[in-house]
Design a protein around this ligand. Sequence first.
Ligand SMILES: [Zn+2]
Length: 78
Amino acid sequence: MTITRTCCICNAPLHNKRLDAKTCSSSCRSKLFRLNQTKFVLIKFRIPSEVYTDLSIKALFSGNSISDYLAQLVVKQQ
Ligand SMILES: [Zn+2]
């Protein structure tokens, strides 16, 4: 039985690759690396409108959209 494994980025068949290879080439490998660097999670908040106003003012002053501003807050908590 032959199992054809494929590149997890471009789906090219992985021939003559190491058993633990996940990608066909160094460019796909670096794409995979970048994908693993940033993970996006969509979160919905239900907040009082005065908190929203406060957050949007802070976001405005920091030069970000409100979602970018919240994302930065979450990252800073870590
Ligand atoms: Zn590939």
